[in-house]
Unconditional design. Structure first.
Length: 466
RNA sequence: GUCCCCAUAGACUAAGGGUUAGGUCACCACCCUUUCAAGGUGGUCGUAGGGGUUCGAAUCCCCUUGGGGACGCCA
């Protein structure tokens, strides 16, 4: 059975790039009728935080990416120690007494000499006497893995083909820290092997770790899994996606009013395609069509415009009741408590205009007084005394009719005609009076939703402020 | 700097030796229209550059250039 895993470290909220990796793992697992493991890689005690772990869970669930089994590396220390011991007895590791400071100095020196840094193997070359001496003194040490110094290590990557590395380029990685806690490269190997992970789908940024891990597999006598390195997601300036380049954490997308289905569809399109002519698919169809063969090699740029388009599309697909429920928290957050009936009516008018759920707040004039008017609009429609007179006349006459969309439109059209004006010459100032804005949904619908009382009050109010 | 990866329009991608280089977003125009959306129709824009291989190259090979990643007692 196919087993894949998503292995985030809880050192930050779930990043959009991480979400994409999780998604591809999920898609592959579902497509192959396999299972998806979620493994929290929290061996860095300093930086791992419970809140981040919770955020990762919440974000994955929000996206609808369910996992089958959950593991925490912090709960598996005994296992790692056991395998570290095995490596030690088989002579694949050695103790390194170099301090962080010494290593830092070496790094700086190499940099100065413009030579590529690689651990020089000082402690690998220690004589038994020297080692014993260090041991007697109780010097702190890390455990390093003896990389082969010749030959090549080849990755058979499912999306990229063969990638080869000279073993001489690989340095003796640390597999266990001074405090005895094992490091990433060692834990992943042990875990992936023991958890019988068959396919490792992860970001391209892990390619350079892979040959080291392959050597570890070999030394431990583990069967090698398949590797598939998926392209990274870049910001619009081709830099790595970060807070500066736009929202980075899934939570932030949620807070801005993106729909999980839109985000999923969008993410699924970065680095992959499912059809030569279509791009919008429900998750079930994406699962159906997913194949590593269709995964691209090149990095993809995250395009908010397209995400917004997809989000608008998915919003439009929903029922008005659903949208009302989704949009309500955004209004509440803005300090607006909408009435159910009004909200539903507003949603009906706004649903085609929303890109993000949070955009609903732009239409707060349905719920609160208008306090600001578009200055350009005021200049254009409420400067000319003739226009103001016409507006006043309109206000008086419309007060006598029923505030239903059809009646309002009929009345306004004939009023315009009678006064020798184009419809727009009435619509625009009226809109400004009612919404404070130059843009809104269809004016007569807006008027009906607001109701006669409110409309008349707003007409009077704008006449006072001009 | 060293190693590794990548390269089709502004963006995401299709075409895996023979297509007028296809689709989607964005953009432009027109239609609809009270504005904005949505929708409809049409359009502009692309194989990074240079060498090969081949009857034929976006597609295979090499070089250059550009971009990205890795170089931690982080993952």
């Amino acid at each position: 059975m196919v087993t894949v895993r998503f292995a985030p470290s809880p050192t930050g909220n779930l990043h959009i790039g991480g979400a994409r990796t999780a998604l591809f793992n999920y898609l592959f697992a579902k497509n192959q009728k396999g299972k998806l493991l979620l493994r929290i890689e929290d061996t860095d005690k300093e930086r791992s935080k419970k809140v981040y772990e919770d955020n990762i869970f919440a974000s994955l669930k929000w996206l609808g990416l369910e996992w089958d089994e959950l593991y925490r590396q912090s709960e598996r220390m005994e296992t790692y120690k056991e395998y570290a011991k095995k490596l030690e007895t088989s002579g694949h590791t050695y103790r390194c007494y170099c301090t962080k400071e010494e290593l830092d100095q070496k790094r700086k020196l190499y940099e100065k000499l413009k030579k590529p840094y690689k651990y020089d193997g000082t402690c690998r070359k220690l004589s038994p006497e020297e080692a014993q001496d260090k041991e007697k003194k109780g010097s702190p040490f890390v455990v390093r893995f003896k990389m082969p110094s010749s030959g090549q290590t080849v990755i058979n990557d499912l999306v990229r083909g063969k990638i080869s590395f000279e073993n001489s380029e690989l340095d003796d990685i640390i597999i266990s820290r001074t405090d005895g806690i094992p490091t990433y490269n060692f834990c992943v190997v042990v875990d992936d092997a023991l958890m019988q992970v068959t396919h490792i789908l992860r970001g391209e940024d892990h390619i350079s770790n892979t040959p080291r891990q392959i050597q570890l597999y070999a030394a431990l006598g583990f069967k090698l899994p398949e590797f598939a390195h998926i392209p990274l997601i870049l910001a619009s300036d081709k830099s790595r996606l970060s807070k500066r380049a736009g929202a980075a954490a899934v939570t932030e997308y949620q807070e801005e009013g993106y729909l999980p289905e839109a985000l999923i569809n969008f993410l699924s399109l970065l680095g992959c395609s499912y059809s030569a002519s279509e791009e919008i698919f429900p998750l079930s169809e994406i699962i159906n069509r997913f194949s590593l063969k269709n995964v691209n090699k090149s990095a993809a740029i995250f395009d908010f415009t397209k995400l917004d388009y997809l989000n608008g599309y998915y919003i439009r697909q929903k029922s008005e009741t659903e949208i009302a429920g989704l949009v309500k928290p955004f209004l509440l957050k803005a300090g607006i408590t909408p009435g159910e009936q009004t909200l539903l009516k507003v949603v009906k008018l706004e649903k085609e205009r929303l890109k993000k759920l949070a955009d609903i707040v732009d239409s707060k004039y349905f719920f609160t007084e208008v306090t600001e008017y578009d200055p350009a609009g005021m200049e254009k429609h409420f400067k000319d005394p003739l226009k103001i007179e016409l507006f006043k006349k309109f206000r008086e006459e419309i007060a006598g009719i029923d505030f239903k969309t059809a009646e309002l439109e009929t009345f306004t059209r004939s009023f315009a005609e009678k006064n020798g004006k184009k419809l727009g010459e009435l619509v625009h100032p009226v809109r400004l009076a009612l919404t404070g804005k130059l843009i809104s949904p269809g004016l007569f619908e807006v008027m009906e939703v607001l109701g006669k009382d409110t409309c008349l009050k707003r007409f009077d109010k704008i006449l006072q402020v001009i």
